[in-house]
Design a protein around this ligand. Structure first.
Ligand code: ZN
Length: 260
């Protein structure tokens, strides 16, 4: 069963609530991939993603859909863009060494802009905006709202929350190319994405101290809501460690299918 927060619920919480509400938003936002996306297409398991960006967006060489070409320096906050590109680049480098993976499309959505997506929430097509943060399997795209990304960086944790979020969504993309995600429980799919995060942190050479910092950051954004499909602290920690120990991601697949 897919369980998820409503898109409108997430939007309402963004940036205007108490710290607790913001924490809820983060987990909520990371869970948006579970919005009832329709049946998966038969996704190609290899080669480059040949998908095109939505109208008015341009695709960079990094497979990022931006509202204007990077060369135009159209972003007001260059730091965010630089961090975003480098965070995206890490898993793609890693991906090159994994079998059967194509790149996701990354949308970086500025304030005031909307992108129609093929995913559904509460029976309606989802529109991604600057407060979005989710993966959409049917078009293999990760929708990152600039405002949401900024709020992650504003947490003052050296961008760790943003790194966790970007890698988590990339984990969903990888898993969606390996498995028929519609057959998975949403809970297992979330834990498996955490597993992929752990593998990436290990793979890109994080020291044990930095991996510990990643764990602590994840623990800090958890809620005590038992209905949260992401799982409780113990479950998420176990998943992260499973990924850290197995960068081939086989154990992450097993978590996704419930075998582990
Ligand atoms: Zn997720």
């Amino acid at each position: 069963m897919l369980q998820h927060c409503a898109l409108s619920e997430c939007t309402n919480l963004n940036g205007r609530g108490t710290m607790k509400k913001r924490l809820v938003l983060i987990v909520c936002a990371l869970s948006l991939l579970a919005i009832g996306c329709g049946p998966l297409e038969d996704l190609s398991l290899s080669g480059a993603n040949t998908g095109n960006c939505a109208k008015q967006y341009s695709k960079t060489e990094d497979n990022i859909c931006t509202p204007c070409p990077k060369s135009e320096n159209c972003y007001e906050n260059e730091t965010i863009l630089q961090n975003f590109i480098s965070d995206v680049g890490i898993p793609q480098t890693y991906a090159a060494r994994l079998p059967e993976i194509s790149k996701p499309l990354w949308y970086l959505i500025k304030e005031g802009q909307d992108v129609n997506t093929p995913c559904y929430s509460d029976g309606k097509k989802s529109v991604a905006d600057s407060e979005s943060f989710f993966y959409c399997p049917p078009d293999s795209s990760i929708y990152i709202g600039e405002k949401q990304l900024q709020s992650f960086y504003d947490r003052g944790d050296n961008g760790m929350t943003a790194k966790l979020g970007l890698k988590h969504e990339w984990g969903h993309h990888w898993l969606s190319q390996q498995l028929a995600t519609t057959t998975l429980s949403a809970h297992n799919y979330e834990l498996a994405a955490d597993c992929v995060m752990g593998a990436i942190f290990k793979e890109v050479g994080y020291s044990p101290e930095n991996i510990r910092y990643a764990y602590d950051t994840l623990m800090a954004i958890l809620t005590d809501d038992p209905s949260d499909i992401h799982g409780n602290a113990d479950q998420r920690m176990v998943s992260l460690i499973a990924g850290e120990k197995d960068p081939t991601l086989e154990s992450c697949k097993q978590i996704a299918t419930g075998e582990k």
